[in-house]
Design a protein around this ligand. Sequence first.
Ligand SMILES: *Cc1c(COP(=O)(O)O)cnc(C)c1O
Length: 358
Amino acid sequence: MAKKVHVFNAGPCLLPQVAIDHAIEALKDFSGTGISVLSISHRTKEWDAVMDECRALWKELLHIPDTHEVVFLGGGASLQFLYVAMNYLEKKAAYLDTGVWAHKALKEAQGIGEAYAIACSKDKNYTYIPKGFEIPADLDYLHITTNNTIYGTEIHTDMDCPCPLIADMSSDIMSRPVDVSKYDLIYGGAQKNVGPAGVIFAIIRKDSLGRVSRYIPTMLDYRTHIDKLSMFNTPPVFAIYVMNETLKWLKGIGGVEVMYEINKKKAALLYDEIDRNSMFIGTAEKEDRSLMNVCFVMAPGKEELQDEFFAFAKERGMVGIKGHRSVGGFRASLYNACSIEDVQALVDCMKEFENLKK
Ligand SMILES: *Cc1c(COP(=O)(O)O)cnc(C)c1O
């Protein structure tokens, strides 16, 4: 029996137990083949069935229209910063600079062509989402990072954009309904909310490709992966297997719409406690607060209690609540597989700490 813990890791994320249990079975015997999923050929009908199911689940859960295709690749979300620029940047692109990941995406594009930050929230250590900026209609694209994993800010709606819109949704994909039709490209890594590390996803408007004049290396050309149904080369088989099991679980609880309601409840539970509890304060602007990553610090005057709270929380089974090194304080990541009971345990722990100290 594993030790009782509450996991709030920012990524790789907590995964549903049923996905892990099925993965353990598949490690021993994949789909009744007598072969481990680690050794199965990706050119078998048993593997094709997993790929087809996984692709279908993505389409079903996010209501992906026929104009778009979803592909699964290796390489990390960070590699897709380069994919984006290679496949879409011709004359000029704009990036909304809402944190480290957004900034890295911009930097990568600047190595390929002309790209600039259209607005930036660095002045307040990325604790808010810039608003009210003008978007020129003649841009190749505007790039946004919908959830800023490190700072706990999130763009909660699918914005109207006069130019093509591209979004890194690494850390909020499948956490809320998305109007896919508003985006030319949605991409990210699986390990923040939909699977283990090692597989990345891209949801691509098919007719948005082929508009740039540069040579695109075969592996960096999204068209390669659309044409070959994500099997141009050996896909990350095991990671896709676990992602598929995770999506089956998500469908089983009612899909993204039901998950969204649960996620709102989880986040409200924790933010309400942060706002009530005299020991802590939240760091993100309230209207931009992320449902996925909740960032907070010790209240003014209580800073010296930080290490004590870490130890106190650890004793009670809380794992992964340390803030990112560039921000400090605390961060609890409430990804899909994190339950309301996990959040309640953290809230209880915060209350208990306050009672002890006041
Ligand atoms: C973690 C993260 C990334 C980077 O993902 P890798 O797969 O480690 O390259 C990019 N964007 C966002 C929003 C992230 O949270």
